[in-house]
Write a protein that binds this ligand. Structure first.
Ligand code: PEP
Length: 245
């Protein structure tokens, strides 16, 4: 399966940060994996223009489930499609924690993303307490069950397994722990989507760096990465992309 490496810039980046995309464009023709950069809303259009014709595709970090209406401050999937986004990250643990986004809300947003002919990167992951209670796989599969809409296929849906305790902390689960959860996710996807579930890309996210990426990519059912901090500098992000190839 072709790997997909997505960078989540979170609430970072002004127009000057587009220089990082300029650098990444240098990878065009040199790598076979899919590369996605998800800047804040304000940069999506400019990033898409900057990346046009290159190996880089642009995504956003959230959207509303409705197409339009009285939702002050929100942005619809259709609006994102119009300005050149091709992917939308949904259900990131920071949004689940800060805005109380429940699985059903994530599923509604994912359905809107699919309707706008974009692809969703649906994030799931356990907290440290849940892991210590031995419930990591159970929690992740329950989140997935509730967060994947009926419109999901292997072409419009990617899953990102992101243990909450590994995000931005420098802590990474062991390769065996990653393998166990990715294999549970794969099984659940096959139960839900049949053979197509075997083709959905499952990304790992949580403190991925150029230096640990190769080992993580060697784990079965790891089909790429969702990268936060290390995606902000093109030199570091490129190291991760090259490790995937
Ligand atoms: C993320 O926020 O999706 C993430 C994986 O962050 P980091 O790589 O910084 O841990």
């Amino acid at each position: 399966m072709r790997k997909l490496i997505a960078g989540n810039w979170k609430m970072n980046g002004l127009a000057s940060s587009l220089a990082e995309i300029e650098v990444l464009k240098g990878l065009t023709g040199k790598v076979t994996c899919d590369i996605v950069v998800c800047p804040p809303f304000t940069l999506v259009e400019k990033a898409a223009e900057c990346a046009a014709g290159s190996a880089i595709t642009v995504g956003a970090q959230d959207c509303h489930a409705q197409t339009m209406g009285a939702y002050t401050g929100d942005v619809s999937a259709e609006m994102l499609a119009e300005i050149g986004a091709r992917f939308v990250i949904l259900g990131h643990s920071e949004r689940r924690a800060a805005y109380g986004e429940m699985d059903g809300v994530v599923a509604g947003k994912a359905a809107a993303v699919h309707k706008a002919r974009l692809a969703s990167i649906i994030c799931v992951g356990e907290t440290l307490t849940e892991r210590n209670e031995g419930r990591a796989a159970e929690v992740v599969c329950a989140q997935l069950e509730g967060s994947i809409p009926d419109t999901a296929t292997s072409s419009n849906t990617m899953i990102a397994y992101e243990p909450v305790w590994a995000i931005g902390t420098g802590q990474v689960p062991s390769l065996a722990q990653i393998e166990e959860i990715h294999s549970s996710i794969r099984q659940m996807l096959k139960e839900r989507l049949g053979d197509d579930g075997g083709r959905v890309r499952i990304l790992y996210g949580g403190s991925v760096k150029a230096q640990n990426a190769k080992a993580i990519f060697s784990v079965s059912n790891v089909d790429g990465a969702l990268v936060g901090g290390a995606s902000l500098k093109a030199s570091e992000f490129a190291g991760i992309i090259l490790a995937a190839d």
